[in-house]
Design a protein around this ligand. Structure first.
Ligand code: PMP
Ligand code: GLN
Length: 385
């Protein structure tokens, strides 16, 4: 291919390849145990696969309706009501998306104008910032402090001004595993009351909370929900990250704007998988028992590494465990993560990449959505470091 020689003014000059692609590629190249990118190394339910196959065989292979298959939207509305008492009309207030990533991008693209400010809490999941920047918005960063990574609402109050258009929250939180409590959500409700500020609530780990904690969905707080996009993903709930189906909940007026962008972004997403999820959602146990399944893994992994030289931090939700290595090395976390992969054959994610200022607390993120044997292999390495 001849080289592209015209001048190209990049819209995202600081953006390279995501850390998830990089670390998973390095893990594969080094034949390392891969606890970096967040995905299970075990399969989803065979029943779910059968359902998809059934819908494929029965000629459900053409475009789904633009907002998604109605049966699936109805089930989501029911689940949201049952769990959080949140009322969403499947006709006008729920849209099925190509994973949470597309929902997040679409919500931002549909509402953020040039120079609008969007508050994000760092360390932040990596798709928020580029979505804001590509539409000309300005990310405003608030750093969460280790080790509890809790939001200081006084700090938030200080940065809110006339240009603040959106606040993005994420609970349970990737990469730290912290969760927001009812007080946090009430503070956010109070702070945004009578303003035009929108809230984007990334709740993809809504079913993965430990030690009996309840997920504080924005859907539980009607006033807050009236200005919010709530986003979730079936990838996390059903061990199907590769299927890339998620959804967005929002009040009618916000959803109308969301759909204007959605219809020209993807139009609609995979029909047979939506139909299969609609059936599968009837089984409440499949998502309600997920927390126990992952708590066992969190506890196993933690107990196996507790005697190591790493510092184990607390995971209240999500499927990530942070481990501090300050007693082992003073290398930058990116270098240490690469060395751990190459020399010890264990891949993780350095947490500094989730900060705009690349704050390095000497902490790595390990994904425990893995078979117990994988976790044991990883722990054996961690104990040798
Ligand atoms: N938000 C968070 C916090 C995530 O961890 C992820 C994926 N791990 C996503 C959004 C994206 O979800 P999806 O794969 O459904 O696009
Ligand atoms: N969300 C997953 C993680 O945090 C990765 C998703 C991706 O690879 N883009 O590891």
């Amino acid at each position: 291919m001849p080289k592209f020689s015209a001048s190209l003014h990049s819209k995202l000059p600081r953006v390279g390849t995501t850390i998830f692609s990089k670390m998973s590629a390095l893990a594969a190249a080094e034949n390392a145990v891969n606890l970096s990118q967040g995905f299970p190394d075990f399969d989803c339910s065979p029943k779910l696969i059968e359902l998809v196959y059934h819908y494929m065989k029965t000629a459900n292979n053409q475009y789904a309706p633009m907002p998604g298959i109605m049966a699936l939207r109805e089930r989501i509305a029911q689940k949201t009501y049952d769990l959080y008492s949140g009322q969403y009309d499947p006709e006008t207030e729920i849209t099925i998306t190509a994973g949470a990533t597309q929902a997040i991008f679409t919500a931002i693209a549909a509402t953020i104008n040039e120079e609008d400010e969007v508050i994000i809490f760092t360390p932040a999941y990596d798709c928020y910032e580029p979505a804001i920047e590509i539409v000309g918005g300005k990310p405003v960063y608030i750093e969460l402090k280790a080790p509890d990574y809790h939001i200081n609402w006084e700090e938030v109050k200080k940065v809110i001004n006339q240009r603040t258009k959106m606040i993005i929250i994420n609970t349970p939180h990737n990469p730290t595993g912290s969760i927001m409590n009812g007080q946090d959500l009430m503070q956010l409700e109070k702070l945004t009351d009578k303003s035009d500020i929108l809230v984007l609530s990334d709740e993809v780990y809504e079913h993965i909370l430990f030690d009996g904690y309840e997920h504080q969905s924005v859907a539980r707080f009607p006033k807050l929900a009236s200005r919010s996009f709530i986003i979730s993903s079936f990838g996390k709930t059903y061990h199907t990250t590769g299927w890339k189906i998620g959804y967005c909940l929002a009040p009618k007026a916000l959803m109308a704007e969301f759909r204007k962008t959605h219809q020209y972004n993807v139009f609609s997403v995979n029909t047979p998988i939506q139909m299969a999820y609609a059936d599968f959602l009837a089984d409440q146990d499949a998502y309600l028992k997920l927390r126990h399944f992952y708590q066992e893994k969190r506890d196993l992994f933690k107990s196996l590494v507790e005697g190591s030289r790493f510092i184990t931090m607390h995971t209240a939700g999500s499927y990530f465990q942070l481990l501090g290595y300050e007693k082992i090395s003073d290398e930058p976390d990116v270098d240490f993560a690469v060395r751990l992969t190459k020399e010890y054959k264990l891949a993780s994610i350095p947490v500094s990449v989730f900060y705009n200022r690349k704050t390095d607390n000497k902490v790595l993120r390990f994904c425990f959505a893995k078979q117990n044997e994988t976790l044991m292999q990883a722990a054996e390495i961690i104990n040798r470091v």
